[in-house]
Design a binder for this molecule. Structure first.
Ligand code: 26V
Length: 844
């Protein structure tokens, strides 16, 4: 048999001297190379004859995994021995992206791996790109969860993440003549080298069935169907520490006994494996379509599956860590366990914990309620009414009869409490109750209300958003429990979002600050302020930006075939496509710019700042209006980018299949980024923080975290426009009264689309949403027309500022210098202190 040393394309002489031997804790290049070669030969994923980039990636990842596993085991043991209070972060989404760069970077072994791969005839940069993104999320909420895990590990906190192991993530986006097309995102096509299947960690999860009341009065949930939750652990290394925590992802399985061999042999294949196919549905995709009842049922099953498996696991660990033979002290549970619900998706943790405590552990209601409410906390991530989950009582009763009983009891006791202690608030009860039976045909459970009533702490994700929660959405609860509500402004991990994605800029920062401590203490970036006028720093800063712009231009050419000029202003908006985020405002602005350019004389055009506008993001598959926006951006690009009269003065590019690794290329190469939501509607935003950290200037509204970013980096360094959150209701009312007079430039941009300047596609329904005074999908609910003139004026300020390179560089440096607050290390420290009450538990 040929050995790995004889493979094609790699010089044999170099390889034959490297032994294929296991070195699971290798740190030097020679041992690392031997360990990679060992995995290429003895971890049989591929033919050992092949060692092309793809195989080299998997062998490299297997080698890194060795280092991770050792630290991960030590961390578990250390937590087990120390038995500190531990946080469990429950989330339906994680957007981990690629893991290789992050893992070797956090472990401090990047140079060794780069050198080792060189010895093996490969290039680290190229190997890294072989890895598919782990895309188990939809947007900011999922990426936040992943940034939080990085910070928890880095801060040595005893904390874990729990989620679901979706076979396919959200979807893969491609762009055709028809617009966005979705297909299955096959991230597990080969396999994931980062997960450890835990055949020893399996829990039963029940659905359907009925409730029996025993003679003792204890309720028991019986019958129905039982699936199994199997754990897959993904080790999460901290930066510059041995602590390596777990992201535990559950997969649904059917018990082997449910495979009916007789039916199978009789040719009834589908019947024989009935439960197997049901189990597969649970972890098939994130957010399955829920237009039909089947889809709603499946989403509810997913949520319960996460909650039930995670709580069983948490309780098992609590029991395991108590002193041997001592009775279980349930009142101590909240001093050992903190559960954080990432939005309302894991709300069923509340009735599930109550059920386990009462029905399995025989606690009384009051005792169980005290334990539950002292354990669980809730983060709200949106105020959009359509995203505030409501589940029908009928569906809950069918799928989770015992949980529905418990929810009804929580509601009843809450009502009684108001009645007896706060009779003045009875008129508020319609707003506050958990069960909403205003439509008696279809009563629903409001999950956010259940969360607020049952959690010890409720937090928003930026100051403005937390204030909106307190003043509007949860106002009535605030008068009951003022101390329950907190703000925790979001953050991002500086490791992935600066240190690793932008090595050029990182090196400059380290050089000028004379330390690399900023990677774990981001406030140190403030030290750059004193050099913001320094022309040497400015020129280094400009070269780093240019290098990143060139790399981005190459990427754009590769994925879209459009050639963009790296000397043009790179202007980016990347996020989920949603009407409130107003990609439509951006593209109408681009359309207006294009029309003006066409009307200019050659002389006038010489004064124009060339601009490349990039827009990327996924539209949810059933969100038709968002898909029309994607189509419009692409149609505008097709015309503008091929107009010889315009040349480099304007390019409009839609970046397909936006994900974490695409963001890692786009953000370092950005100069202007757009965060232009209707004020009051974006809870926080986190890409705004990533851009500012990388020296990109922001054009934005006073919304979400923009408000705090602008305060930190200075008002002069932020291109502000638009209505403020407190103006929005009044502006909508004025519109309803027919008082709104649109700006002629706005009319011109819309009419240009109507004239079919961008093809024959019928944009009437999209443009109609901007017309009329009110009504569903009409009346410009998101105030695109109102904000258009001030948006265009802010864009002129951008162009003027860009003409003055020194001024722009200074603003760029000050953006980075002012980003210290937005480290997720700061956010997580605040959660640890004020909500979870947990302390560092560092592995020696
Ligand atoms: C959206 C969707 C759309 C697809 C169908 C299913 C579904 C379910 C929930 C949601 C809303 C999720 C809430 C969310 O992602 N919020 C974002 O959270 C970020 C982190 O806190 C924050 O920065 C963003 O402003 C906020 O929109």
């Amino acid at each position: 048999m040929k050995s790995v040393t004889e493979i094609s394309g790699v010089p044999k002489e170099d390889l034959s001297s490297i032994p294929a031997s296991a070195h699971p804790t290798a740190e030097g290049p020679a041992e690392v190379a031997a360990n990679i070669k060992y995995h290429a030969q003895y971890t049989p994923h591929f033919s050992p004859l092949k060692f092309e980039p793809e195989q080299a990636f998997y062998a490299t990842a297997d080698s890194v995994r060795d280092s991770l596993i050792q630290r991960w085991n030590e961390t578990y043991l250390h937590f087990h021995r120390e038995n500190p209070k531990q946080t469990y972060y429950l989330s339906m989404e994680y957007l981990q992206g690629r893991a290789l760069t992050n893992a070797i970077g956090n472990l401090g072994i990047t140079d060794a791996y780069a050198a080792a791969l060189n010895k093996l005839g490969h290039d680290l940069e190229n190997i890294v790109e072989q890895e598919p993104d782990a895309a188990l999320g939809n947007g900011g909420l999922g990426r936040l969860a992943s940034c939080f895990l990085d910070s928890m590990a880095t801060l040595n906190l005893p904390a874990w993440g729990y989620g679901l192991r979706y076979r396919y993530g959200l979807f893969k986006q491609s762009i055709t003549e028809k617009g966005q097309q979705e297909s299955a995102e096959n991230w597990l096509e080969k396999f994931s080298p980062w997960e450890i299947v835990r055949h020893d960690v399996v829990y039963p999860v029940r659905f359907y069935g009925k409730v029996e009341v025993c003679a003792s009065g204890v309720h028991k949930w019986v019958d129905g169907e039982q699936l199994q939750a199997l754990a897959y652990d993904v080790p999460i290394p901290g930066y510059g520490t041995n602590n390596t925590i777990s992201l535990r992802l559950w997969e649904a399985k059917a018990p082997a006994e449910d495979f009916n061999l007789n039916e199978f042999n009789d040719g009834q294949y589908e019947n024989a494996a009935h439960l197997h196919s049901k189990a597969q549905q649970i972890c098939a995709v994130l957010y399955p379509g829920d237009a039909k009842e089947e889809g709603k049922l499946l989403r509810l099953k997913q949520q319960f599956f996460l909650c039930s498996a995670s709580l069983q696991d948490i309780i098992a660990r609590f029991k395991e860590r108590r002193v041997e033979n001592e009775p279980i002290a349930w009142n101590e549970f909240p001093s050992k366990v903190a559960v954080q619900m990432n939005d309302t998706h894991p709300t069923l943790s509340i009735p599930e914990l109550m059920r386990i405590l009462m029905d399995d552990e025989c606690l009384g209601w009051d005792e169980a309620w005290t334990v539950t409410t002292r354990t669980i906390a809730y983060t709200n991530h949106t105020v959009l009414p359509e995203a505030l989950e409501k589940w029908s009582v009928a569906l809950l009763t069918k799928l989770l009869p015992r949980h529905m009983e418990i929810i009804a009891e929580i509601n009843k006791r809450f009502l009684e409490m108001i009645h007896s202690s706060h009779p003045d608030m009875e008129n508020k009860f319609n707003n506050m109750c958990i069960l909403d039976d205003s439509n008696p045909q279809k009563p629903v459970v409001r999950m956010a209300n259940l969360c607020v009533v049952s959690s010890h702490t409720v937090n928003g994700v930026a100051m403005l958003h937390s204030n909106i929660l307190k003043d509007e959405l949860f106002r009535d609860y605030v008068s009951l429990w003022p101390e329950k509500f907190q703000n925790k402004t979001n953050g991002i991990t500086p490791r992935r979002w600066l240190r690793f994605c932008n090595p050029e800029l990182s090196a400059i920062i380290t050089k000028w600050l004379k330390t690399d401590q900023w990677v774990t203490n981001l406030d140190l970036l403030r030290g750059l302020r004193q050099f913001s006028d320094n022309s040497e720093l400015q020129s280094e800063w400009a070269s780093a930006k240019m290098a990143n712009k060139i790399r981005l231009a190459q990427y754009i050419f590769q994925v879209t075939g459009v050639k963009v000029n790296p000397n043009s202003l790179f202007d980016i908006q990347i996020k989920r496509i949603h009407e409130y985020k107003r990609q439509l405002l951006n593209i109408l602005g681009a359309i207006y710019r294009y029309k003006r350019l066409k009307e200019m004389s050659a002389e006038e055009r010489k004064k124009v700042v060339p601009r490349t506008i990039m827009i990327g993001g996924k539209a949810f598959a059933t969100y038709t209006q968002a898909k029309r926006i994607v189509k419009l951006v692409n149609d505008v690009g097709a015309v503008v980018n091929n107009d010889p009269a315009i040349g480099d003065l304007l390019k409009v590019v839609f970046i397909p299949n936006y994900n974490v690794s695409v963001a890692e290329i786009l953000i370092p190469g950005s100069e202007l980024s757009q965060h232009i939501s209707t004020a009051g509607m974006e809870a926080s935003g986190t890409s705004n923080m990533k851009f500012a950290l990388n020296g990109c200037l922001i054009i934005g509204t006073l919304d979400g975290a923009n408000v705090e970013i602008r305060e930190e980096i200075g008002k002069d360094n932020f291109f502000l426009f638009g209505a403020e959150a407190h103006d929005v209701p009044k502006l909508r009312k004025e519109r309803e009264q027919g008082l709104f007079v649109p700006d002629p430039r706005f009319e011109e941009a819309k009419n240009f689309v109507k004239s079919r300047a961008f093809g024959d596609y019928d944009y009437t329904p999209l443009l109609d949403s901007l017309e009329g005074n009110s009504g569903y999908g009409r009346g410009d609910y998101f105030l695109v027309g109102y904000d258009f003139p001030s948006y265009m004026e802010a864009q002129s300020r951008v162009d003027n500022a860009y003409k003055d390179t020194k001024k722009w560089m200074k603003m760029s440096i000050l953006s980075t210098a002012g980003s210290g607050k937005f480290s997720s290390d700061r956010t997580i420290s605040e959660y640890a202190k004020a909500i979870w009450k947990i302390q560092e538990c560092r592995v020696p």
